[in-house]
Design a protein around this ligand. Structure first.
Ligand code: ZN
Ligand code: ZN
Length: 419
């Protein structure tokens, strides 16, 4: 690898630890895979750089929870069919212990999107539900921003092959690193201050929308005509935010979105996905959802119908929305023209919505509410939170004020208001 590459890699770890986590001196750090995506051992050199940098920035202790994906594949190929509810509870406990103590939490998404594509959907569903059930207390702390956390991406062979099939095989992974450096602003002269500027711009957008307190959003695009009611005292979030233990962090790298929670009972109409959804090892393509009184009443997919049906049936809240996020079509990720088969990145290329749990910080005092209080005001609860992309250069979004006045928020996929 070139000197320039090494320098970019170093700068990337700095952005992750300073902007993503804002790792504090004396803080402990847990690095792990996200719920369904484990990161392979080929990432060891990158993780070594991360760990070294974390200690240089003052970390007190760094733990890495390895989980090699091929081991899971072998399980699907050889384990008894009735064994997929087995779960290593110590993994759940480690994550929960770090989150409860207010340590920094870093999730790495680095999965080959095709690795589990041929596996039995029923076994995939059992594994998915088992993991969700065990990780519920941890996921709840994270969705409340109990501590500083972030999710980042790192290239692995299977993933790079999927995105760049037309370039020489030995160049694909470097190309994906390079792309991640670009979309994470790593190649800018001073990446940390570039992120501060970007966060300030996102904050200005969210301040504008928070002052408006629109009661309803109307989304229109080819195949989409969706009305989304917003609960009173909803809060738009975007860019950096403050954890409950007082640390300003940026939960996803990259991030281009401004988002809030829909009212779980006030969604009407039809929405068509504009990109495939990769979730828990499965892929769903060309899908469309119809909503009535907040609930999905019809779900059709060109590919992956069974996965779509399964995940909507995970629990009561899985067929309702927990997020509406606005992303301009001119976002650097969208302009790359690439499909990443990875929601962390793809969702930041496009307006998106999520089925399942809403983030409690999206409601005033939401972190302090009981589940019941949160749901009474319109917040959705579920084991899942699955983002899928609905935006395009053809999407218009209008905000309806309490008095019925309609104002343009986005036109042809771009912001329609100045801040
Ligand atoms: Zn989002
Ligand atoms: Zn989301």
């Amino acid at each position: 690898m070139s000197l320039e590459f090494d320098q970019n890699l170093e700068k990337y770890t700095e952005v992750i630890l300073k902007v993503g986590l804002n790792l504090q001196k004396g803080q402990r750090l847990l690095i792990f895979q996200t719920t369904f995506a484990s990161f392979p051992l080929e990432l060891a050199p990158f993780v070594e750089i991360l760990v070294r940098k974390a200690y240089q920035l003052g970390a007190r202790f760094v733990e890495v929870l390895w989980d090699h994906p091929q081991i899971h594949l072998i399980r699907f190929q050889h384990a008894p069919r009735d064994s997929f509810e087995e779960f290593p509870t110590w993994r759940r406990d480690v994550k929960l212990e770090f989150a409860e103590k207010g340590d920094a939490i870093l999730g790495i998404l680095a999965s080959n999107p095709d690795l589990f594509i041929e596996q039995d959907p029923d076994l995939m569903d059992i594994r998915r539900r088992t993991s969700l059930k065990h990780n519920k207390p941890f996921n709840k702390l994270i969705s409340k921003n109990a501590t500083n956390w972030t999710v980042i991406a790192a290239p692995v062979d299977g993933w790079a092959n999927k995105i760049f099939p037309n370039i020489a095989p030995d160049k694909r992974k470097t190309k994906l690193w390079d792309t991640i450096f670009d979309i994470c602003r790593v190649k800018q002269k001073d990446p940390v201050s570039a992120w501060n500027d970007h966060n300030n711009k996102l904050h200005a957008r969210r301040r504008f929308l928070n002052n408006k307190q629109y009661s309803t959003l109307k989304l229109k695009a080819p195949g989409t005509d969706l009305v989304i009611g917003l609960p009173k005292k909803h809060i738009w979030i975007g860019g950096s935010e403050k954890s409950q233990n007082g640390i300003v962090f940026t939960a996803n790298l990259p991030t281009e979105e401004i988002f809030t929670l829909p009212h779980k009972d006030k969604i009407e109409g039809v929405v068509t996905a504009t990109k495939p959804l990769n979730y828990a090892g499965s892929r769903i393509e060309d899908f469309k959802l119809k909503f009535s009184e907040g609930k999905v009443i019809e779900a059709t997919a060109g590919k992956g119908q069974k996965f779509l049906d399964q995940f909507i049936k995970t629990d009561e809240g899985a067929s309702r929305l927990g997020e509406i996020a606005l992303v301009p079509h001119s976002s650097p990720i969208s302009q790359s023209g690439l499909l990443f088969y990875n929601s962390l990145i793809d969702e930041n290329a496009s307006c998106h919505i999520a089925l399942g749990r809403a983030y409690s910080p999206c409601l005033e005092n939401g972190e302090k509410m009981s589940d019941e209080e949160f749901m009474n005001i319109g917040g959705n609860m579920s084991l899942i939170h699955v983002d899928f992309m609905i935006g395009s250069g053809e999407m218009d979004v209008d905000g309806i004020l309490e008095n019925g006045t309609s104002e343009p928020i986005m036109r042809s996929g771009e912001w329609a208001f100045e801040v």
